[in-house]
Design a protein around this ligand. Structure first.
Ligand SMILES: [Zn+2]
Length: 451
């Protein structure tokens, strides 16, 4: 589908949800999707070039990397927002009138979410809010979508992707709605908890906060995790690094270990050890060639982390305490919490069929609870992708009238509140029931049925 056609359809669509349908159909076309991302990236680069011209920024936050200075922080007293006001440039179409409409749409449910985020993530909270509003404050979300039904407004944005408009609007509007009534912590200079070097808290980009939690690690260390330690030259060092990582994670690392989200509920000390272990890991390709093996399983075998017979399916590598296989530490933390609190859960259930949103009936969720509610664990890094994926699930759940919980990494500190409805029938009684049913049942690797 050409961009012209797409934008024409978007601006002529009668309703916002029709706009979304256009995108959802379109996203099956991978090429088109990547083209959109490519354009977003390009725009961001131009913005950075623009910013090179500015010499100083608040607190003299200069990047230690040889790129344009960056300060991703939102300050409550600075209406220009992050990146020296570049979000405002993305939002050049956002007028005071629009903000007034937004303030009316912004409900107390959304305020509560914003407070929770501002307290835990401080100056990066606006970057996180769009996902939260989508899954936690559906009433506010619906009212925001209603504002964006205004065709003229959407046309002014020059955006062909309505989800991007929704994302940026929520971010920008929420920032201004909330800064009117409260402030939050500003970034400080601090020492990286992994390498010890000094860095400015507003400097690491948003993906580092999504993956590693509120600022504790410098950007260099976060990038090192993603890139791996290319200086490793001996098989002994490689084996040592894999073993240390497994022991820090307390699980066998999957090959995509560099992209795993750290649950915020982990104690800081453990997070620090994991990040240091991740920084020391050679990239999987180097490990494989040093050890002369062809796949990741061979690396694990060489490090004596697995024996010959055990090869889990679909890259599932760690077991929750009830025996369920989980794909990430985040999933394991949630699954363990269900077990410890007697929330009976089924792993990887299929979503019911839906004529347009799930025609094949092959979509899976992470868990289904006894109440019939579904749970998705949202531990993805790339914010744009993340938003797409989640929006699809939320839309499907809404269409099927199923209650859906989307668990974000930052929810792990507060799962009791999130799942309070599931705990109502008396946690202790249910815990005993659940435990006894687990004892009599052999843990299944994929799915369990109700006992
Ligand atoms: Zn560091």
């Amino acid at each position: 589908m050409s961009s012209k056609l797409l934008s024409a359809e978007v601006s002529q669509s009668p309703t916002w949800s029709d706009n979304l349908m256009v995108v959802q159909q379109d996203r099956h076309d991978r090429k088109e999707r990547w083209r959109i991302f490519g354009r977003l990236r390009k725009r961001e680069t131009n913005v950075l070039e623009e910013r090179n011209k500015v010499e100083f920024h608040r607190d003299n936050a200069q990047s230690s990397l040889d790129m344009a200075y960056r300060d991703w922080a939102f300050y409550a007293d600075d209406p220009h927002g992050a990146l020296g006001g570049n979000v405002k440039q993305w939002c050049f179409w956002w007028s005071e009138e629009t903000q007034l409409l937004f303030d009316e749409a912004w409900g107390p449910d959304a305020d509560a979410q914003a407070d929770e985020l501002a307290d835990s993530y401080a100056f990066v909270w606006p970057w996180m809010i769009p996902n939260f509003i989508q899954s936690r404050a559906p009433d506010t979300q619906a009212r925001i979508e209603h504002i964006l039904k205004n065709r003229e407004l959407v046309a002014r944005t020059n955006q062909t992707n309505p989800l991007t408009v929704l994302y940026v609007s929520t971010l920008w509007g929420a920032f201004h709605a909330v800064r009117k009534r409260r402030s939050w912590k500003t970034p400080q200079w601090r020492n990286c908890s992994s390498c010890g070097e000094k860095f400015f808290g507003g400097e690491p980009p948003i993906w580092t906060h999504r993956q590693f939690g509120p600022a504790r690690y410098c950007e260099k260390c976060c990038l090192q995790v993603r890139r791996g330690n290319t200086a490793v030259r001996s098989s002994e060092t490689a084996i040592g690094a894999v073993r240390e990582l497994a022991s820090a994670l307390e699980m066998i690392p999957a090959q995509n270990y560099a992209f795993q989200t750290l649950p915020v509920s982990l104690p800081y000390k453990r997070c620090d050890r994991i990040v240091r272990a991740l920084c020391a890991m050679p990239p999987p390709t180097i490990s494989k060639s040093l050890l002369g093996v062809s796949d990741w399983f061979g690396v694990l075998q060489a490090a004596e982390l697995v024996d010959k017979g055990w090869r889990p399916s679909r890259g599932t590598w760690c077991r929750a305490i009830d025996g369920h296989l989980c794909r990430s530490l985040l999933e394991k933390s949630i699954d363990d919490w269900f077990s410890n609190n007697g929330v009976v859960h089924v792993n990887e259930p299929y979503w019911p069929k839906h004529p347009t949103l799930n025609p094949s009936g092959r979509k899976r969720a992470d868990w289904r609870l006894q109440s019939g509610a579904y749970v998705e664990c949202a531990g993805m890094m790339k914010s744009e992708m993340y938003y797409w994926k989640m929006h699809e699930k939320v839309t499907l759940a809404h269409a099927l009238e199923i209650r859906l919980y989307v668990v974000e990494p930052s929810d792990l500190l507060n799962l009791e509140t999130l799942f309070s409805a599931e705990l109502q029938s008396g946690p202790s009684e249910r815990a005993t029931k659940a435990r006894s049913s687990l004892l009599t049942k052999k843990p299944s690797t994929r799915r369990t049925t109700w006992s």
